[in-house]
Design a protein around this ligand. Sequence first.
Ligand code: SF4
Ligand code: SF4
Length: 63
Amino acid sequence: MIDILPDKCDFCGCCVGICPEDAIELKEAEIFIIDSRCTNCSKCVWSCPIEVIKFNKEGVLYK
Ligand code: SF4
Ligand code: SF4
């Protein structure tokens, strides 16, 4: 599953633009993942310049 730490996000929009499934919703000071669309591809994780998106697979936090 993908998690965003909303307190740390600066709402730059990089992750939104890179998501192939249009699964990240960014509205002013709110950001969240639409789980039903997310395929866990992890592109958003690597796109975040301040590393506030976490990819958690089988209990391992990659970032
Ligand atoms: S893991 Fe992939 S599909 Fe899921 S929100 Fe991130 S970029 Fe989109
Ligand atoms: S790329 Fe990172 S800082 Fe930018 S909107 Fe996404 S989660 Fe927030």
